[in-house]
Design a protein around this ligand. Structure first.
Ligand code: URA
Length: 147
């Protein structure tokens, strides 16, 4: 029911072939546990399917290259809610360049699917003071999922 979309695999994700398995992934797991969910109950993916060299920001051309894959994932999963984590996912899915802080806190529709935006867990590791806002976002997810 919940589809979480991040940016791109990091080094650990690339070597294991699984999204969000490094430090940011551990925080994402903790965030999910906070709303009584675990990894097995959600689908986690990234906008990009490969790691950009040196973890640089994805280029627009790379995002476009991976988009049909992401679209197919969304079509197959048919989630009840999409949670875009971080700037790259939010900008791509909402076709905007607005600051992430101004995008969160609202419910959007992505082809009819409710979409929420929150901070990327890697950002929250650097800025733990923002965790309270992410908690508010997760409560919205929980509300939409009625859990
Ligand atoms: N950051 C992401 O956006 N995705 C991952 O899979 C890992 C880190």
């Amino acid at each position: 029911d919940l589809l979480i979309i991040g940016e791109a695999p990091g080094a650990e994700e690339d070597s294991l072939g699984e999204p969000f398995v490094g430090q940011a992934g551990k925080l994402l797991d903790a965030m999910l546990h906070a709303i009584q969910l675990d990894r097995q109950q959600v689908y986690i993916t990234n906008v990009l399917k490969c790691r950009p060299p040196q973890n640089r920001d994805p280029h627009t051309s790379e995002i476009i290259c991976c988009d049909s894959y992401l679209q197919r994932q969304i079509a197959l999963i048919q989630p009840k809610v999409i949670l875009a984590v971080g700037r790259v996912a939010a900008h791509h899915l909402l076709l905007t360049q607005a600051a992430l802080g101004s995008l969160r806190g609202r419910k959007y529709s992505y082809n009819g699917i409710p979409l929420l935006v929150t901070y990327h867990p890697a950002y929250l590791l650097r800025m733990p003071a923002e965790k309270g806002k992410a908690w508010q976002d997760l409560l919205q997810v929980k509300k939409i999922l009625s859990i």
